[in-house]
Ligand binder design. Structure first.
Ligand code: 5GP
Length: 200
């Protein structure tokens, strides 16, 4: 790649900190198209049900909002918050419930909406919790799946994109609470003095 092209593909973003650069991994246009396809698949599987979306805060918020608009029919939302990551880029492996659901899921068609499936430990914890509450159907939609990182034996019913083991931000995903508002999913690099999974 020429130096000019390299500069274009690893740009700094508004609100960036010194030396943080970004490479677009999945453009907003591709995300929109794929989210629409996923919504069609989900609606085809449950044509007459009210689909109760359970978003995992906070990363799933933009995905859930777009998916909900594409689903059509009856849709309701709830949110749960768990902690699985600290402030940096590495998982502690520990999952803790921070905020539970507001309403019962018993007898409902529940779709867990997750931003990204990494080790799978968060999803495993959530599925165990939700199964005990006796939903009519329990399904999972994830926007991104880092298949090669999986530790827990879980998989999503609906997957947007399988991605390599790189730390991504944007479209709801953060790095220390920043960059959730980027429209594209980007790989973030910290530069020569920082260390990321990408560079490690
Ligand atoms: P898991 O329990 O599957 O290892 O992790 C799931 C959670 O880790 C996701 O919901 C997300 O919050 C966080 N996570 C995993 N990989 C990434 C990543 O590449 N970027 C960001 N921003 N968060 C990630």
């Amino acid at each position: 790649m020429s130096t000019k092209a390299a500069k274009r593909s690893a740009k700094q973003k508004p609100g960036h900190r010194a030396e943080e650069t970004f490479r677009v991994l999945i453009s907003h246009q591709r995300i929109r198209t794929r989210v629409r396809q996923m919504a069609q698949e989900i609606r085809r599987d449950f044509p007459n049900d009210q689909i109760h979306l359970v978003g995992v805060l906070k990363g799933s918020v933009l995905f859930l909002a777009d998916l909900a608009r594409e689903l059509g029919g009856e849709v309701s939302f709830d949110f749960i918050s768990v902690s699985s990551y600290g402030k940096g880029m590495d998982s502690t492996g520990e999952v803790k419930l921070i905020k539970d659901l507001d309403v019962s899921i018993e007898g409902r068609t529940v779709l867990v909406v997750e931003d990204i499936l990494d080790t799978g430990l968060t999803l495993k914890y959530l599925l165990r919790l939700f199964e005990e509450r006796k939903p009519k159907h329990l399904r999972v939609a994830v926007l991104l799946d880092k298949v090669e990182r999986r530790i827990a034996d879980v998989k999503a019913d609906y997957t947007g994109f399988v991605i390599p083991n790189e730390f991504v931000v944007g479209y709801g995903l953060d790095f220390d609470e920043r960059y959730r508002n980027l429209p594209d999913v980007c790989v973030v690099r910290l530069g020569p003095h920082g260390k990321t999974k990408v560079d490690a």
